[in-house]
Design a protein. Structure first.
Length: 460
């Protein structure tokens, strides 16, 4: 039985959309708390398979027979990605169940605890995962709800008996406004989710509202438009190497494999000779943001240095699956133009002068429509592009919106547009130097086959 909250006590927790990365972390949390946990998802995945191994019943058909019968003893958690007319959701709404969105339950879990949150249109998953690793590695420990699978821990959930909770603060559906963190970082405020916010101005307003709910310190990427008028919290800044920021890197050195060593400058001093355990300058910047929160909390500088070095990354975040002389394969969850541009920049930095082939699966019709020109500009920075059809996720098709609206705006000559089912056959006939796959849809199903193909062709 879960501890009593404003919602009451429940022995059973039922999830509609349990296979989502955020939903599955909360499902694991309630399982850890001793509840009977089950749920629905549209399709089986590696994540749902892991949940089933952990004793959580998952089904894949919309059928109310799977909903626990006793509405008084069952809490229902749903993701806003589920259609409002989905049968099970309609049923629980009409039959007296306590029903709450994912963001609402995360707000309940973190209420009254020392919440450390990371928000931003990109960078938040790696930063929050790194922050939780700093707490674990230091011996302090924390509970953590992550938007990706930590490679150090093999999960998107960490649990601890103390009152520290690390939360990835998701701006989708204004979910992060359910949180009232003690300390928070904001990594980026680029336009995104315009189906929710309509324009960048409204999105920035939501981030300002999030900042206003921070009770202690908000650490923002240097240059973001968050001012003392927006929040009563103390404002601090971070950057990769800008000395004007409160937290930044100095004396930066890069080895031949793309790993960086640097001195982390902060208001009280320097942490000398830090190395992030994953390559790329983007991860240095993420590490600085995470370290900033940890320093504000009071984690010892030497513990932060040790944790940065032992961090092994997040699945699907700049994830290097194959790296042999002359050939490499990187997978990245990037699905926003700014994320793609940053990832390409890091790849170019690690593998200078190499030929870069990118595979991109656009995510959502609305995002493709709203950022087609920006996607084209970002993808023009590769040497060859293999563009796939749009992954619709929660959306119905939008008339006139296909991957072609990106394809046609690109200046790059060496590009092709194919169906997802043609990908492996296409790659088999490619001369691959550096390959990267981008996207937040089901392109991850190809990671294993692509890695195996690379090993077969170029050696294990």
């Amino acid at each position: 039985m879960i501890e009593e909250t404003r919602m009451g006590k429940y022995n059973k927790v039922y999830f509609i959309g349990i296979g989502g990365i955020g939903m599955s972390a909360i499902a694991r949390y309630f399982k850890f708390k001793g509840c009977e946990v089950s749920g629905y998802d549209r399709t089986p995945s590696e994540l749902t398979a892991e949940l089933e191994k952990e004793g959580i019943a998952v089904h894949y058909e919309d059928d109310v027979k799977y909903v626990p019968e006793n509405s008084d003893d069952t809490l229902v958690v749903y993701t806003p990605a589920i259609p409002h007319d989905m049968g099970e959701l309609v049923y629980v709404m009409e039959h007296g169940y306590k029903v709450i969105k994912r963001s609402g339950i995360l707000g309940e879990i973190t209420r009254g605890q020392r919440c450390l949150a990371v928000a931003g249109t990109h960078g938040k998953t790696t930063t929050s995962t790194l922050l939780s690793h700093i707490f674990e590695s230091s011996g302090k420990g924390c509970s953590a709800f992550l938007g990706g699978i930590s490679k150090n821990y093999g999960s998107n959930l960490l649990t601890a008996m103390n009152d520290v909770v690390v939360a990835e603060a998701d701006e989708f559906d204004r979910s992060f406004l359910q949180l009232h963190p003690e300390t928070a970082a904001i990594t980026a405020m680029d336009a995104d989710h315009l189906d929710i916010y309509s324009d960048l101005a409204h999105m920035k307003e939501a981030f300002k509202a999030f900042a206003s709910q921070v009770t202690g310190t908000v650490i923002i990427k240097y240059g973001l438009d968050i001012t003392p008028e927006d929040t009563g919290a103390k404002i601090m800044t971070y950057a990769y190497d800008d000395p004007r920021a409160d937290f930044h890197a100095e004396n930066i050195r890069k080895d031949e494999c793309g790993y960086f060593t640097f001195d982390l400058a902060y208001p009280e001093g320097r942490i000398k000779d830090c190395t992030v355990g994953v390559p790329g300058w983007v991860n240095v910047e993420n590490g600085i943001a995470a370290s900033g929160i940890a320093l504000v909390y009071g984690i010892a500088p030497e513990k932060i240095r040790e944790a940065l070095a032992s961090f092994t990354g997040v699945k699907r975040r700049f994830d290097i699956h194959y790296n042999k002389p002359g050939h490499a394969y990187v997978d990245d969850y990037a699905h926003h133009p700014a994320e793609i541009a940053a990832a390409i920049s890091s790849i170019r930095d690690i593998f200078p002068g190499r030929r870069l082939t990118a595979v991109f699966q656009p995510h959502l019709y609305t995002r493709t429509r709203d950022f087609a020109a920006d996607f084209a500009a970002a993808l023009d920075k590769v040497d060859r592009l293999i563009l796939l059809d749009i992954y619709p996720a929660r959306e119905e098709p939008v008339p006139g919106v296909t991957s072609e609206i990106i394809f046609d705006r690109m200046k790059l000559d060496d590009k092709i547009l194919i169906r997802k089912e043609e990908l492996m056959n296409t790659l088999e006939n490619e001369d691959i130097d550096i390959l990267v796959t981008f996207g937040a849809g089901n392109i991850d199903r190809y990671i294993g086959p692509v890695t195996e193909m690379m090993a077969r062709r170029y050696g294990k």
